[in-house]
Design a protein around this ligand. Structure first.
Ligand code: FES
Length: 153
């Protein structure tokens, strides 16, 4: 049984946008579906709170590729906050619809994006914590305590 894909979905599958990876990404999100076995990885570069670049790698079906492709086009240039609110239904609408059994491909694309954003935010938190004076003081105390306990008496 042939699935009824729109012309736009077929075009994104045949000529995907933003395919590839980013060296030293600011955020990385990897997702997979245990039922169909498809996988996606998203790589983000963020500058001044905006998504400067996004790339993806797909190990999946035609709509896995097409949905990731159209989503990357849409979110490039968005603020991180805007991208956090991006919905899978926007992908489906942009593609002019998806066969019912392929809706989960768009859901997976958004899950991958959310994971990449969560990874970006976790890295930001770790980076700012390591720069804070309170953290530096704690690290100094720990280092000093380790030094003292290692000394011979
Ligand atoms: Fe599972 Fe497309 S069939 S992501």
């Amino acid at each position: 049984m042939a699935l009824n894909y729109t012309k736009k979905t077929i075009d994104h599958f045949r000529h995907p946008k933003n395919i590839g990876s980013i060296k030293d990404p600011d955020g990385l999100g990897e997702v997979g579906n245990m039922v169909c076995g498809d996988q996606l990885s998203f790589f983000l570069k963020v500058e001044k709170g905006k998504i400067k670049d996004v790339k993806f790698l797909s190990f999946g079906c035609a709509s896995n590729i097409a949905t990731a492709s159209v989503m990357t086009e849409r979110i490039k240039g968005m603020t991180v906050e805007e991208a956090k609110n991006f919905k899978w239904a926007e992908i489906v609408e942009d593609l002019g619809g998806l066969p019912q059994q392929k809706i989960h491909c768009s859901v997976m694309a958004v899950e991958g994006l959310k994971k990449a954003i969560a990874d970006y935010e976790a890295r930001q938190t770790r980076a700012s914590a390591s720069k804070s004076p309170a953290k530096k003081k704690t690290l100094k105390k720990v280092a000093s305590a380790k030094f003292k306990s290692g000394r011979k008496k």
